[in-house]
Design a binder for this molecule. Structure first.
Ligand code: NAD
Ligand code: TYD
Length: 334
């Protein structure tokens, strides 16, 4: 199979490229990535010379570039490319519209014109908004709270519209919060691990009782592979780890694994429109495609903590430089 993966130099995209080339060494993968602050070619250093893999630096919203690539003929597009951090979308929503919405439409149009066999849109459970109790299914209404989730919801709707209007073979996945190797340390879990390793304060928003469902990135990658190969066109698939945790409990679990004191926990001002809880029902993918997560929060977190312990140069390099300016703006110097 010949795949165009976008955003493959980011966290989930790089894990997906590695997973796919490991499972299907005869597949060809082109990775189109703009290399924003979140894109890092070091994430794929072990893959870059592999036969069948090619990297192209560029913007998914660039029509001519996308057209030139897709005219080569692809069996599928897997769209990971996005601005992905809620806090950044509160500071400035415009790149979220440009990449997450407009970029997705440019890819869809290129896929339509050049007869791409399947378009997999990698989306998020955040499009459903917050739920104090119960679980959202794929039929639940979209009710996004942040500019990030609004831009992802808009892209989901555009994908499904291309399926209905142009019969493009589109599948959309909505996954819960990922964690694992190569996650940029602005997100909660790598931020907690790396701040703790540096004996820095751990910023906890509000009362810390916000709840998320956590999935190991490799379980997400296996689910995406299943949807790519066996998903039904025009369908949405929820993907969940089934490991719901209040933030504060998760942070304490990580501190315990690192033998660091809970005194590092620092309650800070809450995020505006902070969703209290994300929770989705993923029985469709389990029943239709036979997928189930393999990690739980215990072994998944042990694997992740171990990776960050072994890969100090990777995250220390990120935490110096540009990222530090963002961190200072968010939290001041602590
Ligand atoms: P990430 O921020 O780590 O990586 C995003 C990648 O996209 C980077 O490599 C970046 O350079 C690239 N990119 C950004 N703008 C681009 C553009 N205009 N053109 C080409 N490349 C561009 O994000 P992630 O956490 O790996 O998330 C990947 C996808 O999965 C996103 O679409 C996100 O919405 C979705 N998702 C993430 C999670 C999560 O917990 N991280 C959960 C569910 C869904
Ligand atoms: P995050 O990793 O940003 O993912 P999302 O907001 O997309 O779910 O945050 C996960 C949870 O952790 C969310 O409830 C916000 C909270 N959080 C903190 O308490 N402190 C932090 O420094 C960060 C980044 C997040």
């Amino acid at each position: 199979m010949k795949l165009l993966v976008t955003g493959g130099a980011g966290f989930i995209g790089s894990n997906f490229v590695r997973h796919i080339l490991g499972q299907h060494p005869d597949w060809q993968v082109t990775n189109l990535d703009k290399l924003t602050y979140a894109g890092n070619l070091e994430n794929l250093a072990d893959i870059q010379a592999q036969a069948g893999y090619r990297f192209v630096k560029g913007d998914i919203a660039g029509r001519d570039l996308v057209d030139g690539i897709l005219k080569e003929g692809y069996d599928a597009v897997v769209n990971f490319a996005a601005e992905s951090h809620v806090d950044r979308s509160i500071l400035d929503a415009s790149p979220f519209v440009d990449t997450n919405f407009k970029g997705a439409q440019v890819l869809l149009e290129g896929a339509r014109v050049h007869g791409v066999g399947r378009f997999l849109q990698v989306s998020t459970d955040e499009v459903y908004g917050s739920s104090e109790e119960g679980y959202f299914t794929e039929e639940s209404p979209l009710d996004p709270s942040s500019p990030y989730s609004a831009s992802k919801a808009a892209a989901d709707l555009m994908c499904l519209a291309y399926h209905r209007t142009h019969s493009l073979d589109v599948v959309v996945t909505r996954c819960t919060n990922n964690y694992g190797p190569y996650q940029f340390p602005e997100k909660l879990i790598p931020l907690v691990i790396t701040n703790a390793l540096e004996d820095k304060a751990i910023p906890v928003y509000g009362d810390g009782l916000y709840r998320r469902d956590w999935i190991h990135v490799l379980d997400h990658c296996r689910a995406l592979e299943a949807v790519l190969l066996k998903g039904k066109a025009g369908r949405v698939y929820n993907i969940a780890g089934g490991q719901e945790q209040p933030n504060i409990e998760l942070i304490k679990l990580i501190l315990k694994a690192l033998r660091k004191p809970e005194g590092l926990i620092t309650f800070v001002k809450d995020r505006p429109a902070h969703d209290r809880r994300y929770a989705i029902d993923c029985s469709r993918i389990e029943k239709e495609l036979g997928w189930a997560p393999r990690f739980n929060i215990g072994n998944g977190m042990a694997d992740t903590v171990d990776w960050y312990l072994k890969n100090g140069p990777w995250w220390r390099n990120i935490k110096s430089g540009e990222y530090e300016k963002y961190y200072q703006r968010m939290y001041g110097s602590r």
